[in-house]
Design a protein around this ligand. Structure first.
Ligand SMILES: Cc1cc2nc3c(=O)[nH]c(=O)nc-3n(C[C@H](O)[C@H](O)[C@H](O)COP(=O)(O)OP(=O)(O)OC[C@H]3O[C@@H](n4cnc5c(N)ncnc54)[C@H](O)[C@@H]3O)c2cc1C
Length: 282
């Protein structure tokens, strides 16, 4: 029952086995994804890459509204003065300043760019306690179609979920295999992982043949999501930081949601509301 029912929902949504997650977050996921009813919840996956669906339209929106985007030039330090972030320093030495700074980077990245006096502040010193879990994605391009469904979940297989990324009438096929909480695979070599995948594909799709494989790519995301273990909620910060002009967004902020795009979007919307209401009160 644990593997075939609870983990079917918990593993892909919380990226952890049900035995490791906080009951609070586990119930929240069931409440939102199963019990709310199908008028509220739809299972879906993007038709294009996330770049096409989110990043490119997002960048255009920012630039069309007068914003600048600095790519490949990460923030290496936040400088701090009079309880404000005075300067944001980029890798190439560029120094930026602004009335309001919104951090939208992962918790460990934010911790790394904080000045020493903020790293030891009680609000931020807990950030290294936020744990992360991995996801391994295996992309396989085949010259022959083996799967008709858009996506399937395989119980009793380490492959977990397989997404069909090809159009229905294509003769060839691109598959994306997504393996949550994949710590067992992180130490394995590419050859070991692909041997396992091919042998599982043969069991799942008896007509699968290694000669169908045109190419494949394995992506190991070691810190794919933050973990929702018991007590982890106390390490999630609020949008408002103890620094006057610093606000915090990101899926790991305390939105009540697990490490998902919903949480990231909600945290961003909450930051905007906070800033607007602060401006009104001034
Ligand atoms: C393989 C995988 C599959 C997933 N599947 C799903 C799913 O199906 N559904 C779902 O809802 N969620 C999924 N997630 C989780 C989802 O991607 C995250 O919850 C979401 O991206 C978090 O958004 P964010 O804006 O908080 O952070 P991120 O998307 O992590 O964005 C943070 C950005 O900050 C940048 N950054 C870091 N440090 C610095 C720095 N010093 N200076 C400048 N920039 C910096 C990073 O490069 C990154 O672009 C998945 C995650 C992974 C890895």
């Amino acid at each position: 029952v644990i593997e075939k029912f609870w983990d079917l929902v918990i593993l892909p949504t919380l990226n952890d086995h049900v035995s490791n997650v906080s009951a609070d977050m586990g119930f929240m996921v069931f409440q939102e994804s199963v019990l709310r009813g199908n008028r509220y919840v739809k299972l879906g996956f993007p038709k294009g890459t996330l770049d096409e669906v989110i990043a490119i339209p997002g960048s255009k929106f920012i630039e069309n509204n007068g914003g600048n985007i600095y790519l490949g030039n990460s923030v290496i330090k936040l400088l701090y003065e009079d309880n404000k972030i005075s300067t944001v320093e980029l890798r190439d030495g560029t120094k930026l300043s602004a009335d309001i700074i919104i951090s939208a980077i992962p918790s460990n990245s934010l911790y790394n760019i904080l000045p020493d006096e903020l790293q030891s502040h009680k609000s931020f010193s807990i950030l290294p306690k936020i744990e992360h879990a991995s996801i391994v994605n295996i992309h396989i391009w085949l010259n022959t179609k083996i799967m008709n469904d858009q996506f399937i979940n395989i119980i009793d297989s380490p492959l977990q979920w397989i997404f069909n990324k090809s159009l229905q009438d294509n003769k060839d096929q691109a598959l994306d295999i997504s393996i949550s909480d994949s710590k067992n695979l992180l130490q394995k070599t590419t050859a070991e992982i692909i041997d396992l995948v091919f042998s599982e594909l043969k069991d799942i799709f008896p007509r699968f043949n290694i000669n169908f494989v045109e190419k494949y790519k394995i992506i190991k995301e070691r810190k794919a999501t933050f973990r929702c273990t018991p007590n982890s909620k106390k390490y999630r910060l609020t949008n408002i930081s103890p620094v006057d002009n610093l606000y915090i967004a990101g899926d790991w902020v305390d939105t009540g949601w697990p490490s998902t795009m919903e949480s990231a979007a909600l945290s961003a919307s909450n930051v905007v509301n906070e800033i607007e209401s602060n401006n009104k009160n001034k």
